[in-house]
Design a protein around this ligand. Structure first.
Ligand code: COA
Length: 269
């Protein structure tokens, strides 16, 4: 990790992270906690949340966890209130909850499309909308988690592409609306991230992994740490003048355009 991150950059900050029970979002929570933040974790699965919070506490951090589904506004509201009651006003919000499955447009029902839009896009709206009254203003930082899907079309991922494009423009709009209150809003757009449920679903075989990796100029997938470091930077004072940015973290993959590493054969089947 870079030297700039040696200090406890988030000492006494309060962070709230949706989807915080696993994957990229858990790594972000762990990184924040290691840098001095107290974290509230929201997710659908109680057992994952329990393990995540225990791990953070075992490493010397502070965490609360609240089970809930970001598709429901009241559940976001409840989780945010409980985090505030436990720790105080919220300095950092990470909207990380996401859903994904590979399917063509013809291979998914309207409800399948809606499930991903509701988790990713509506969930980001619900989290931000419910969080506003709990944010410590000025100075708060909001991070949306998007993907390069937002601007690179990928067969079998139309639902995710549409949801992530929505997150990008939603967060840019929010950056304008909340700037006067001193709240920054930015987006992290990862490409393929190793050792995540998403990549296990999208590239389940060694051959699929090799194909995907060959499409990355830097020659490897992102690690969860790569994304956590970017989240740490965006939520720290080092990024005090950055708002409305879509921060691509993909090893240069999207520079090559639409690579469709899932293939296109059978896309009308
Ligand atoms: N292909 C086509 N349709 C699928 C599908 C697949 N592989 N998986 C789910 N669906 C459809 C279901 O058939 C259902 O539609 P229907 O009611 O018309 O049959 C719809 O999606 C909702 O499925 P359900 O299992 O009830 O939803 P859920 O809310 O429990 O799950 C998902 C949400 C579908 C997004 C699920 O993949 C999920 O929970 N993912 C979270 C974890 C994850 O993907 N993390 C990685 C993020 S990058």
């Amino acid at each position: 990790m870079a030297d700039v991150f040696r200090d406890r950059l988030l000492q006494d900050k309060i962070a709230f992270i949706t989807g915080g029970g696993s994957g990229i979002n858990l790594r972000i929570a762990e990184r924040f906690a290691a840098q001095g933040a107290k974290v509230g974790l929201m997710g659908r699965k109680q057992d994952k949340l329990d393990r995540a919070a225990e791990g953070i506490r075992a490493a010397g951090g502070e965490a609360v966890r609240i089970a809930g589904d970001v598709r429901y506004y009241e559940e976001c509201d409840n989780a945010l209130r409980r985090t505030r009651e436990a720790f105080g006003a919220i300095d950092i919000l990470v909207c990380g909850a996401a859903g994904n499955f590979p399917a063509t447009v013809l291979g998914m029902s309207a409800n399948g499309f809606k499930a991903v839009i509701d988790i990713d896009l509506l969930g980001t709206f619900n989290t931000c909308r419910a969080a506003y009254e709990h944010l410590r203003k000025p100075g708060a930082s909001v991070i949306g988690i998007s993907a390069t899907h937002a601007f690179v079309p990928i067969a079998y991922q139309a639902h995710v592409c549409a949801a992530k494009a929505g997150i990008d423009i939603f967060c840019k709009t929010l950056a304008i609306e909340w700037a006067a209150a001193g709240v920054r809003v930015n987006v992290i757009a990862p490409g393929p991230v190793d050792d995540t449920e998403g990549m296990r679903r999208l590239a389940p075989t060694e051959e699929a992994r090799r194909n995907a990796m060959a499409s990355v100029p830097l020659g490897r997938f992102a690690s969860k740490d790569d994304i956590a470091d970017l989240a740490l930077f965006l939520s720290s004072d080092a990024a005090a003048y950055i708002t409305g940015a879509i921060c691509v973290c993909d090893g240069g993959q999207s520079l090559l355009g639409s690579r469709n590493f899932l293939g296109t054969a059978g896309a009308t089947a």
